[in-house]
Design a protein around this ligand. Structure first.
Ligand code: RIB
Length: 292
């Protein structure tokens, strides 16, 4: 990224990820023995904010931590990554957590309990001013939908690009989709959301190790291949992709998708979400390696 790197406001969740590793994820009613446990800051919002920052953008995070033992570590991972936290509030009660099981293939299952994220129901005048002054607003769906809707409506009115990663996938009012400039989904979410995505101006679909595809407002499509890596844990790979995409969006869809695919691939090579998000030097090095 160069000096023309954008300013990005990320509105979303921040969780403490409670990560267990096991050879095989348990079937319903089954107990399996695990091989490891780690607590790693995560949450789709926080992960994407860190990914955009490490990819070179100037990033501010709008979200909420609780008043519990996790709050300090969650706030610290953002500040240490250089993400602005002036709009990160502390609300009474628990922070968000995610119970994550990673199996021997690197695939995961995740349960998120919202905590403070679920209580993020109001946007202040300062929040709206930050969103309106940013180049890109980036949201996901681990906070209440009306909050996302209010932010997206304001962003659109101020000509801030609205990028939405509608994950976990859920039905949204059509007015929200009208405000979305760029939707980023994985293939499962694309199937779940179906027709709702037809009206989106720019649609990006991630396809894991197969790369990603893009469809523009004129219907033109392009595909970018995946970058082969040794997979350890896929948790947060979509977030690394999305944050990097937001940071590179101003460079056009092909360059942005290539950059994002490299970031997503690198994120699978380490355990955890925020702990695995690559910086721009690693992204550039991987792209150089595969250009040769
Ligand atoms: O996308 C990965 C993230 O989903 C994890 O960090 C977890 O917190 C959940 O939000």
């Amino acid at each position: 990224m160069t000096a023309d790197a954008p300013t990005i406001a990320v509105l979303g969740s921040i969780n403490m990820d409670l990560v267990t590793t096991t050879r095989r994820r348990p079937a319903p009613g089954e107990t399996v023995l695990g091989s490891g446990f780690a607590m790693v800051p995560g949450g789709k919002g926080s992960n994407q904010a860190i990914a955009a920052r490490r990819a070179g953008a100037t990033v501010a995070f709008l979200g909420a931590v609780g008043s519990d033992v996790f709050a300090g570590d969650l706030r610290r991972v953002l500040t240490e990554s250089g993400v602005g936290t002036d709009r990160l509030r502390t609300l009474p009660g628990p922070s968000g957590i995610a119970a994550i099981v990673v199996d021997g293939t690197g695939e995961n299952s995740i349960i998120v309990v919202g905590g403070a994220n679920a209580a993020l129901t109001e946007l202040t005048a300062d929040d709206l001013a930050l969103i309106g002054a940013s180049d890109v607003l980036l949201c996901q769906l681990e906070i209440p939908v009306p909050t996302v809707a209010a932010a997206a409506g304001h962003a659109r009115a101020k000509d801030t690009v609205v990028m939405l990663n509608p994950s976990p996938a859920q039905r949204l009012p059509s007015e929200v989709w009208d405000d979305v400039d760029v939707a980023v989904v994985n293939s499962g979410e694309a199937a779940q959301l179906g027709g709702a995505l037809h009206a989106v101006r720019h649609l990006v679909v991630t396809r894991g190790s197969a790369g990603a595809t893009y469809r523009g407002p004129d219907g033109a499509e392009l595909s970018v291949p995946g970058v082969p890596v040794d997979v350890v844990d896929t948790t947060g790979a979509g977030d690394a992709f999305t944050g990097a995409l937001a940071a590179a969006w101003h460079r056009g869809p092909r360059a942005a998708l290539e950059w994002a695919c490299a970031a997503g691939a690198l994120a699978t090579t380490r355990l955890g979400a925020s702990s695995a998000i690559p910086d721009r030097e690693r992204i550039e090095a991987l792209l150089r390696e595969h250009a040769n």
